[in-house]
Design a protein around this ligand. Structure first.
Ligand code: ASP
Length: 343
């Protein structure tokens, strides 16, 4: 056990936290990281050493792509052995997608990776950025007998620490912008920082830390709605090189049983295109077979996403497809929780 202060790397990617208002248009745009740190002299008071690194051009997270997830993962990979924890400053809009992507890409992770951001820029008088950033750093620096307390990809926002791949952005306005309806929060910050230790991921480390950088984006997301047309579904079938479909169904995984709809799904499965059933409800799980309407899906070979979020389902598919598994092996791997993303 060492007496040294933990070393934390702060990775700035952009987002509202570091934005300023354009005087002419009044719209928010990302600005330079050094200006952000000037707004936070409190960081010097924390009981850890903080170093920073920034995307060359900080971006609004709505412009993020899996290539940017890879860029973040590469920064963590390069600096992994030199730091005890990582805090990623990121826009809130797609933070759940990035957190999900990173959770799969970072294998044998034994250090905290905490994503955070804010609803108001750090320079704003009523900003939520300071608490989010300061507590994220404190969590990233938490150690017990020289070992990191948190050893997974998390998201911290408005007094709560969540498992990253369980989160969804649920509010565009409130400071409490995220939720994990199917998994308890991992920690809560009040007068004391209360950890829900029993819910933290206990990684089964099977080798050295490893970053997976091949993500296959040949997938689509279809949200069902009453009135969805055959023409629309057919157009999707025509997409070249399509490998998987995430189907956001109703309730506990139900859908139309119209002949044209089921036969389209059958064609997809026959072409070895994976179809994953996730619910468009914010909480609860897919239970194929509970109703006749979902039994039909099971029969045509659609896979149950159980209680995975859409964000995590997309990221998990990109990750698994990137590994060039056989059709059967990918199916098997999708159904097993690999980073605590479903149960
Ligand atoms: N549009 C911003 C972003 O996601 C919103 C935010 O940071 O909260 O980058």
């Amino acid at each position: 056990m060492s007496n040294l202060k933990p070393n934390i790397l702060l990775i700035y990617t952009g987002g509202t936290i570091g934005m300023i208002k354009d005087a002419k248009t009044n719209s928010l745009h990302p600005f330079n990281f050094e200006n952000l740190l000037e707004q936070l002299p409190e960081l010097d008071l924390l009981d850890c050493r903080i170093e920073t690194i920034s995307f060359p051009i900080p971006i609004d997270s709505s412009a993020m792509t899996p290539k940017d997830w890879i860029a973040i993962a590469e920064i963590i990979e390069t600096h992994y052995i030199h730091y005890d924890g990582f805090v990623v400053l990121h826009g809130s809009d797609t933070m759940s997608y990035t957190a999900s992507g990173l959770s799969f890409m970072l294998e044998n992770l034994e250090k905290p990776v905490i994503l955070t951001g804010s609803q108001l820029p750090i320079g704003d008088l009523r900003t939520d950025a300071k608490e989010n950033l300061i507590t994220s750093i404190q969590i990233a620096a938490l150690q017990k007998e020289g070992v990191a307390v948190v050893q997974e990809v998390c998201l911290y926002f408005e007094y709560k620490l969540y498992r990253g791949n369980r989160t969804t952005k649920v509010n565009a306005e409130h400071f409490k912008a995220f939720n994990t309806p199917n998994y308890p929060c991992l920690a809560e910050s009040g007068v004391h920082l209360k950890l829900n230790s029993s819910f933290l991921l206990k990684p089964e480390v099977s080798g050295p830390f490893r970053v997976h950088k091949i993500l296959d984006e040949n997938i689509v997301l279809i949200k069902l709605y009453p009135g969805i047309t055959e023409t629309y579904m057919h157009a999707i079938l025509e997409i070249p090189n399509l490998k998987a479909v995430v189907l956001e169904t109703f309730g506990s995984g139900n859908c139309s049983t119209a002949d044209w709809f089921l036969s389209l799904l059958k064609t997809l499965v026959a072409r070895q295109i994976h179809v994953i059933n996730v619910t468009q409800c914010i909480a609860g799980r897919v239970e194929m077979g509970q109703y006749e309407t979902s039994m039909a899906l099971e029969k045509v070979g659609v896979l149950s996403g159980k209680n995975i979020t859409t964000e995590a389902a997309l990221a998990k598919l990109m990750y698994l497809l990137g590994k060039s598994f056989s059709y059967k092996a990918l199916k098997m791997n999708f159904e097993i929780p690999i980073r605590g993303e479903m149960n």
